[in-house]
Design a protein around this ligand. Structure first.
Ligand SMILES: *Cc1c(COP(=O)(O)O)cnc(C)c1O
Length: 436
């Protein structure tokens, strides 16, 4: 690809190539567009989750207290807000919240939305085809040996850097599906161990993640009884994430958080392949409309969705095409090529993106633990890095009473030793800037 021509058209590509943090304003934001998915698709997913709630409450006892509903709390960050202001040397107009998907059951990450939903949908389809199950049955029956034996004749395959593997792998194996997860060499050992302990076959490939997906896809294509969860373009994954729009709308209301023209809500989502943040953002916009503003956050070394949307080449361009190495310490964000759905559906729905340097993540995760006793994984702290650049560069948000929601995408399953390493790194970095 000729980068000189690209820079002429999109001058910010020069900053991307120099690994400079940027804010990209989406020029098509707010235009009308024909979308391939609708509100009706979201509500179809909402009722499928409801049908499965009795099953989930049985299969995962930790969800029983919530009656089998898999949802995370929206936490007000009263003590983190002044810490954020100190790090950024500026005051924050409005309120700061954390959407703690790090605490979602089963995978401890946002992947419990899309990944689990796609497996539920596949299980329902198999059960409906081969048994007398009806939509009004109590789905806890799906946890019985009769169904386990049926599901054992089918397979589920997914390629993942980690968290999607945990959600799809644990869910599929619990149903009884023959479950195989393809992972790249850099995937964390503890994630592989946990999957194997749950009866999942883990195939490790000595390549980077983008090359793992075609291998997994090819393996699934060989067996008509095997379902492939396609992180680069699955509609079901996307809709599983989109249900968050319905859930967050309710949380805003019950927590008395206003949402209107004078009280905008900005939601900061870390993006890897772009599937989970796009699914969530789509749900938020379809359910709540104009006053909610989704923003994506990406590492300066892996701005894959930013590059895809800016050039409108979407999945046809990878960060290596502009000379970047695609490396980041943030698990889940080291994806060089965006999904086929993300850029297309986000074209008119995404306010913009902001890129950040990896070190920033650690400062915020350490402060978050210090001030609020909430631990997240590095990628899940990405939202904190985008608040200042976005509020400073979008005058339409100035002077308004903004609610800022950082979407904390993962962390609860991290072993203590990893948490300690991340926390200590953040301490060291803070000490260097604050002399704390
Ligand atoms: C998967 C993941 C993301 C990014 O999601 P994509 O769908 O790849 O864009 C961000 N943070 C965490 C913790 C994740 O697991």
């Amino acid at each position: 690809m000729d980068t000189t021509v690209m820079i002429e058209k999109h001058p910010q590509i020069k900053d991307l190539m120099a690994e400079q943090p940027i804010v990209w304003r989406n020029p098509d934001y707010g235009e009308s567009a024909e979308l391939p998915l609708t509100r009706a698709d979201i509500f179809d997913a909402v009722v499928r989750w409801e049908r499965f709630a009795p099953f989930l409450a049985v299969a995962f006892p930790e969800t029983a207290a919530m009656n089998g509903v898999i949802e995370s709390p929206l936490l007000k960050l009263q003590h983190m807000q002044p810490a954020w202001e100190a790090i950024n040397h500026q005051s924050l107009a409005g309120q700061l919240y954390l959407k703690a998907d790090s605490q979602l059951p089963i995978s401890g990450s946002i992947k419990s939305r899309g990944g689990i939903y796609e497996v539920l949908k596949f299980a329902e389809q198999v059960a409906m085809t081969h048994t007398d199950l009806t939509y009004m049955d109590d789905y806890s029956v799906l946890a019985t040996p009769k169904y386990h034996d049926l599901f054992a004749q089918y397979g589920v395959i997914v390629a993942s850097t980690g968290n999607l593997a945990l959600s799809v792998g644990i869910m599929a194996a619990t149903f009884g599906f023959k479950t195989t997860v393809y992972m790249s060499h850099d995937a964390r050992q503890w994630k592989k161990d946990k999957l194997r302990a749950n009866g999942v076959t883990v195939e490790e490939l000595n390549t980077d993640f983008s090359s793992v997906i075609p291998v997994a896809r090819a393996a699934a294509a060989k067996d008509p009884h095997t379902h492939f969860v396609d992180d680069e373009g699955s509609r079901d994954l996307f809709l599983g994430y989109a249900v968050a729009g319905v859930r967050l709308q309710h949380q805003l209301k019950t927590q008395g958080i206003p949402l209107d023209d004078q009280h905008p809500v900005v939601v900061y989502l870390p993006a890897g392949v772009g599937g989970s943040p796009s699914g969530v953002a789509f749900g938020l916009k379809m359910i709540m409309g104009d006053a909610i503003y989704p923003v994506f956050c990406e590492p300066t070394h892996v701005p894959s969705v930013t590059l895809g949307m800016m050039t409108k080449l979407n999945e046809k361009i990878a960060v290596q095409d502009i000379g970047l190495d695609g490396l980041t310490a943030a698990d889940g964000l080291a994806v060089s090529r965006p999904s086929r759905l993300a850029g297309k559906i986000m074209r008119t729905l995404l306010l913009g993106t902001a890129t950040f340097e990896d070190n920033e993540l650690y400062k915020y995760l350490t402060k978050l633990l210090d001030t609020e006793q909430v631990m997240v994984e590095p990628s899940a702290a990405a939202g904190f890095t985008a608040i200042a650049p976005i509020t400073n560069q979008f005058p339409e948000l100035a002077g308004k009473n903004v609610t800022h929601i950082v979407w904390a995408t993962g962390g609860d399953m991290m072993p203590e030793s990893e948490r300690q390493l991340d926390y200590d790194l953040g301490r060291k970095l803070l000490l260097a800037v604050e002399g704390e």
